[in-house]
Design a protein around this ligand. Structure first.
Ligand code: GUN
Length: 297
């Protein structure tokens, strides 16, 4: 392997300790105790793991943590009422409704109910609109974490070619916007892209967020490129024993690491940064809701 590993676990630890310091200062110097509410509907196993981690880490940085588990049969009206209740609750500075929601619920309708000032996921159209037109809103956590790691690793990214593989509202589209704001020349590739290997091979920065195990091949990576792998895919690992599994990203890691200058591992890359950025966004939301200057912390 020639690439440097980008250690998301250590980076996330640093972000969380900065957040914990800000939370303490908010409480001690401003009498404000930030609170984050997390709502989960149904029993999706992966979502439950994510939500448990979010709730635990919220408490660990000293914030108030509100956790609501709703039955899979919850109707849209009831969920929207819950969101409205949280919008009106002064103890709640951030609201996160875990996705995906059950099929009978219209995700967009729920997201649009969240007060944009409390939308710490940055999914509300007001926040995606702000991101597209000059900033100042909440930025989705996973792309924000990727950007922070890229900036830390590369410094100025002006003029670099970036390819984002994947066009989801949660990662691909906001990621492309953030890279554009960082003065990269950005391509968004997706399942209909005609020559994906050529798009990847032209890029100085590759962000893979397609949710398909090892779809981006190592041999496509331009020598010296920086690779951020957002994918977390569980695949069978018969070499570890019958019924065993392992986690892989959307990039063929070992082969990519032979060509890249730096790469995020899976696990321990982007994953830990997502929750750290959620906590960071909750502090940002608390500051702006209370008209507190970040410099005063
Ligand atoms: N499901 C997968 N990732 C996310 C996320 O960042 N936020 C929410 N609300 N749901 C998710």
């Amino acid at each position: 392997m020639t690439a440097t590993l980008i250690d998301g676990k250590a980076f996330a630890q640093k972000v969380r300790s900065d957040v914990a310091r800000d939370v303490k200062s908010l409480r001690d110097n401003h009498g404000v105790h930030p609170g984050l509410a997390v709502v989960i509907v149904g029993e999706d196993a992966a979502s439950q793991v994510y939500v448990r981690n979010k709730v635990r880490q919220t408490a660990e940085v000293g914030m108030q943590s509100f956790h609501f588990e709703m039955d899979a049969s919850t109707d849209q009206k009831t969920l929207i009422s819950k969101v409205k209740e949280l919008n009106a609750d002064p103890r709640v500075n951030g609201i996160l409704v875990q996705l995906p929601l059950p099929d009978h619920i219209d995700e967009a309708a729920v997201i649009e109910t969240i007060n944009p000032a409390k939308d710490v996921d940055g999914f509300h159209v007001v926040n995606s609109g702000k991101l597209a037109t000059g900033g100042g809103g909440m930025v989705p956590c996973t792309p924000l974490g990727c950007l922070m790691m890229l900036q830390d690793n590369l410094g100025d990214m002006s003029g670099l070619r970036a390819v984002v593989v994947g066009r989801s509202n949660i990662v691909g589209k906001p990621m492309a916007q953030l890279l554009l704001d960082a003065n990269c020349t950005v391509t968004i590739a997706h399942s209909r892209t005609k020559d994906l290997p050529a798009e990847v091979a032209a890029a100085d920065i590759v962000v893979a967020a397609v949710g398909r195990p090892e779809m981006v091949k190592g041999e496509w990576i331009k020598p010296g490129a920086t690779v951020v792998d957002v994918g977390i895919n569980r695949i069978p690992a018969p070499e570890k024993g019958e019924g065993k599994t392992r986690l892989v990203g959307d990039v063929e890691f070992a082969a990519a690491a032979e060509r890249a200058r730096a790469i995020t591992p899976v696990p321990g890359g982007v994953g830990p940064m997502t929750i750290a950025c959620l906590l960071k966004n909750t502090v940002t939301a608390t500051l702006s809701q209370n008209n507190i200057d970040p410099a005063s912390l």
